[in-house]
Every structure is written in structure tokens, then in C-alpha cells.
Design a protein around this ligand. Structure first.
Ligand code: ZN
Length: 262
């Protein structure tokens, strides 16, 4: 399933509260859990590392409120991502040994209804091959609980053969922490190399365009996926069906149980 995230907002932003957004659920507060996550941030061609760093610093505040302590493993470093998703690249050979999960987050207008069944699996292989190739280029000496963040200028090629289905793709995450049963309908598992780390692919275009909102959950939401969380219906939740929010989302106890147990 190519999951839709409707662009629902908490309500009109209050300019006076821009520096101190309120919790989405009045009275709610983080439950006192903490989890440290090491980030290895890599930027594709045309993405300014300083801009990514500045944005990361801001999102770190949101993560801290949720109980996630983000520790960058050095400054963003360049990575060669030669072809955006949707490019007409060759399909790599795959033996499909590795189980794993993935989640795809797209903006309004995207959907998975354009493809189904085996056709969708084949399409997924073709679309995601350029990005997933990076997963094999891993630093085996990285500490545990490391999540790779790959920021690209665009996730989708201008002349994408994917056409309308992925035209607004904003981010996707692959993570061995996600149960296969909750993985996105795109069959990414056959493409994942053994031992891959949780990896978030995010479009700098999408990540940077929501600067008008005091709180943005795009990257932190994807980190939730990286830590094993799936989507929920609760609109106040970090993993809920809302984006471009102006309030502080929550992670509930059941989700913390998932984060702790994987
Ligand atoms: Zn998501």
C-alpha cells in the first residue's frame, strides 16, 4: 500500500506561539521514555549540507520532546545517488533473502491504485532500485541503533516512468525493525541487502518546504518507522494521518513498547 497522508493541520498557526508549539493533545506529555538514536546523515547531489544540518537541529527539538535523543555521527556527508527514484534504471539482480519492512509516505494526490499485484512488485523494483543500492554501501562499524538519513533533492525523477503514482513521493523508510506484516505493499524486501540498517530516504524539497509550520513531523515521523512503528489512526500521534502540524504530536505507551522491544 502506498500510504496516503492527508495534509490535515491542527488549525491556524498562532504566530505568537511559533517558538513554543503546544501539545496536540492538551495535558499530554511524553511518558518519560528516552531512546538515543545515532544518525548518519548523507546528502545527495545538489543538496546543501549546511541547510540540512540547520533543519536537523530544529527537528531534534521535536524528537527530544517525544523522548528520542538524536545524535548525529558527524556532519552531513555527500553520497552519490546517481538516479532519483522513478528513473529508468536497470533492475538489479536479487535473491530476496532478507526479510524486512518498508513504509512509503507520499503527499496528497499520490496513490497505489495505479498498480497492483505482481505488476506493483515489479514496478517497486524498478522505482526504488537507485536508492536501495545505497543500502549495501554501509559502514559496518557504525554503532548499534544507527539510522541512516539520505536526503536527496528529489525522490522522483521529472520524467518518471512511474507517472502520477509517485509524483509526490516525499519520503520512504526501510527498516528491519518493521514487521513484514505491516510493511508497505511495495515489495522492497527482495531488494534489501543482508544486514542493512534502518534507512530514511527523504526529499529535501518536501522536508524544507514546510518551514512555515513551527512543527514538522516529516523526518521524525520517518524515524518512527525506522524504529519499528507503523501508521495509526490517532490524529494526535506522530504516526497518525496528519502532516504539516502546528502542535506537538505524541507517541503512546504501546508504541514505546515496540520501540523498546526491537
Ligand atoms: Zn509514514
Amino acid at each position: 500500500m502506498l500510504l496516503l497522508l492527508a495534509g490535515l493541520a491542527c488549525g491556524p498557526g498562532d504566530p505568537g506561539a511559533a517558538s513554543a508549539p503546544a501539545p496536540c493533545r492538551p495535558g499530554s506529555a511524553p511518558a518519560g521514555h528516552t531512546r538515543s538514536v545515532t544518525l548518519q546523515v548523507r546528502v545527495g547531489p545538489g543538496v546543501d549540507p549546511d541547510a540540512v544540518q540547520a533543519r536537523l537541529d530544529r527537528d531534534r527539538e521535536l524528537a527530544a520532546w517525544l523522548g528520542l535523543s538524536l545524535v548525529a555521527d558527524g556532519p552531513p556527508r555527500p553520497v552519490a545517488l546517481d538516479a532519483p527514484i522513478g528513473g529508468d534504471s536497470a533492475i538489479p539482480a536479487s535473491d530476496g533473502r532478507t526479510a524486512g519492512g518498508g513504509s512509503v509516505d507520499a503527499g496528497k494526490g499520490a496513490g497505489d491504485r495505479a498498480a497492483g499485484g505482481d505488476d506493483r512488485a515489479a514496478r517497486a523494483r524498478r522505482l526504488f532500485a537507485p536508492a536501495l543500492g545505497l543500502l549495501a554501501d554501509r559502514d559496518a562499524a557504525a554503532p548499534a541503533d544507527t539510522v541512516d538519513i539520505v536526503v536527496t533533492r528529489r525522490l522522483v525523477a521529472e520524467q518518471s516512468s512511474a507517472g502520477e503514482a509517485l509524483a509526490r513521493l516525499e519520503a520512504f523508510t526501510v527498516s528491519p525493525r518493521m514487521a513484514p506484516a505491516t510493511a508497505g505493499g511495495f515489495d522492497l524486501s527482495a531488494l534489501l541487502p543482508p544486514g542493512y540498517r534502518p534507512t530514511v530516504f527523504v526529499s529535501w524539497r518536501a522536508w524544507s518546504q514546510d518551514r512555515a509550520a513551527p512543527v514538522d513531523s516529516l523526518l521524525v515521523h520517518e524515524l518512527g518507522h525506522a524504529l519499528g512503528l507503523s501508521h495509526v489512526d490517532d490524529p494526535d500521534n506522530l504516526m497518525g494521518p496528519r502532516r504539516w502540524s502546528s502542535c506537538l504530536p505524541v507517541i503512546d505507551e504501546a508504541q514505546w513498547e515496540v520501540i523498546r522491544s526491537r
